[in-house]
Design a binder for this molecule. Structure first.
Ligand SMILES: [Zn+2]
Length: 105
């Protein structure tokens, strides 16, 4: 994994230092950020931040797919052949959504 970017240092590490979390002289084996200790818990703020951000992105993907699904459902054509195509796309979207759900457990 890459090391913390300037943005991450500014948005994640700095506020943490100001909040009174203790910066340890150990570093995260994954990203090289200094590890912090707060309420007896040692953690890497950068990896936690990235994990959260990634979850957010997954939610966005779901949101986009759901929106598309509604869009297609709202614009189903009368022609049976065309409608069949639309329904197939909807099926695919639902498939992907289901797989995302499985990924999330
Ligand atoms: Zn890390």
């Amino acid at each position: 994994m890459r090391e913390p970017t300037e943005e991450e240092i500014k948005n994640v590490i700095m506020p943490l230092m100001l909040s009174g979390a203790k910066m340890l002289d150990r570093h995260c084996p994954k990203c090289g950020s200094p590890l912090f200790e707060k309420d007896g818990r040692v953690f890497c703020p950068v990896c936690e931040y990235r994990a959260k951000k990634q979850m957010g992105e997954v939610d966005d993907v779901k949101g986009i797919l759901m929106k598309k699904l509604v869009e297609i459902a709202n614009s189903l054509p009368g022609d049976p052949e065309e409608m069949e195509k639309h329904l197939r796309v909807m099926e695919r979207i639902i498939d992907v959504l289901r797989k995302y759900k499985e990924l999330e457990g």
